[in-house]
Design a protein around this ligand. Structure first.
Ligand code: HSE
Length: 444
């Protein structure tokens, strides 16, 4: 093959993003060729649904349901996997890599759980796997961590990395409406999936923070050990209280490096609703947008912002990966940059910091009967566990026998101590529902 011969792209999964990839390869063919020195050409498409009209011109590229045949097709030099999930996608990616064909995927679930196997297969097959679209949609955050920030020891990363939950929280804030009402409308408008659990329960964000933490800290991060909390329990009152105290609530993926006095390095990796200062840049990220704040020891604070999902933003990341892989293939090079930034042999398991060891300010929402002495029972338990209160607010007054919310902002406290106090408080006869806790992050 000559140096300026076109390179063939096979797309497995002809849904929203696959359609975007097909469109972008056509609409920006000139730009791509001018950056590569040769064209990228759509060679073949596979999807189980071959009947639906996607409204795009495949320009003669074969389209059928046979993904294996696509991988084996000699006209396909680069494989794009966009079907998601764990099983078929894993099998197809391993097949392509086993045949020495580079793979571009947006599949964060697969990589967060089976990344090691996939990256090893890539190494064995002498073919790269690229996955920029798996985190932050069109935001080139993985490339930034791997290359732009490669000189840094990363200190922390805070990300709004799920557009659905950011959209729902933003709408709840703007309309004062409960979660269920906003979610239903988001589903009707196509902002949330019909089965929204991966998004609203924080699983999607956890997949993404697992990959980001591995990349930031050169760590093997066991996805199953990452603490995850979604947004189902966030109420309009929590949002209102946050605003009153100068915060906004965002679902954040958080990862930080911690070094103890003995020099032992551990990492925090977690996903949960978080109160962040309303004047911070992350707090201003509204709707379905994503943003990731990364703090490096040399560069200081950086912020990456953009569309975290959607047809063309995600296609932007997929095609950028195709361009990179095509360039490497033509130069006869593989493995130029390790997929997780740190060389596989240098990746090490780093212990995760247990949630109980976190120390910070917390928002506590108690639900209690509105009668004399209740507040002192609650605050008494907090005091007994060494938790100092900054503010207490009781909103509204219940009718006889009704429950009311009691909100407490603590001074910095040990989370283990708070959990112990809450165990005792939630057993009090006056307390009628489990207490809600929202962590506060002051430094982003
Ligand atoms: N479901 C994701 C989100 C987009 O809501 O951000 C794909 O990663």
């Amino acid at each position: 093959m000559t140096q300026d011969a076109p390179m063939g792209v096979g797309v497995i999964g002809f849904g929203t993003i696959g359609t975007g990839v097909v469109k972008l390869l056509a609409s920006n063919a000139d730009v791509i060729a001018s950056r590569l020195g040769f064209p990228l050409r759509l060679a073949r498409v596979a999807d189980l649904d071959t009947a639906r009209d996607r409204g795009v011109d495949l320009r003669g590229a074969p389209f059928d349901s046979d993904a294996n045949a696509l991988i084996d097709d000699p006209a396909v030099h680069l494989v794009v996997e966009l079907i998601g999930g764990y099983d078929a996608s894993r099998r197809l990616i391993l097949r392509a890599l086993g045949r020495g064909k580079p793979v571009v995927t947006a599949n964060k679930a697969l990589l967060a759980v089976h990344g090691k196997e996939v990256f090893e297969a890539a190494r064995r097959g002498g073919a790269d796997v690229a996955f920029e679209a798996s985190v932050g949609g069109g935001i080139p955050i993985l490339r930034a961590l791997r290359e732009g920030l490669a000189a840094n020891r990363i200190e922390s990363l805070h990300g709004i990395i799920n557009g659905t939950t950011n959209y729902v929280l933003t709408q709840m804030e703007q309309g004062g409406e409960p979660f269920e009402v906003v979610l239903k409308r988001a589903q009707e408008l196509g902002y949330a999936e019909l089965d929204p659990s991966f998004d609203v329960d924080g699983v999607d964000a956890a997949h993404k923070i697992t990959l980001l933490a591995s990349m930031a800290f050169g760590a093997e991060v066991p996805f199953k050990e990452v603490p995850v909390e979604g947004i189902r329990d966030v109420t309009p009152l929590d949002i209102e209280m946050a605003a009153e105290f100068g915060y906004r609530i965002k679902l954040l993926g958080i990862t930080k490096r911690r070094v103890d006095d003995a020099g032992r390095e551990r990492i925090e990796v977690r996903v949960h609703p978080t109160m962040i200062p309303a004047d911070s840049l992350l707090a201003k990220v509204d709707g379905a947008m994503n943003a990731i704040a990364v703090h490096g020891d040399a560069v200081g604070p950086t912020l990456f912002y953009g569309a975290g999902a959607g047809e063309m933003p995600t296609a932007s990341a997929v095609v950028a990966d195709l361009i990179e892989l095509a360039r490497e293939v033509r130069r006869g090079s593989t493995g130029r940059v390790a997929p997780l930034s740190t060389l596989p042999e240098a990746l090490v398991p780093k212990p995760l910091v247990p949630l109980g060891e976190l120390h910070g300010r917390l928002y506590l929402r108690f639900t209690a009967q509105d009668r004399p002495g209740v507040l002192s029972h609650i605050t008494g338990q907090l005091g007994r566990h060494g938790i100092s209160i900054e503010s207490v607010i009781q909103k509204g007054r219940g009718h006889a026998g009704a429950s009311v919310p009691v909100v407490v902002f603590t001074h910095p406290a040990s989370e283990a101590a708070v959990r112990k106090a809450l165990e005792a408080i939630d057993r009090l006869p006056d307390v009628t529902a489990a207490t809600r806790v929202v962590r506060i992050e002051e430094e982003l």
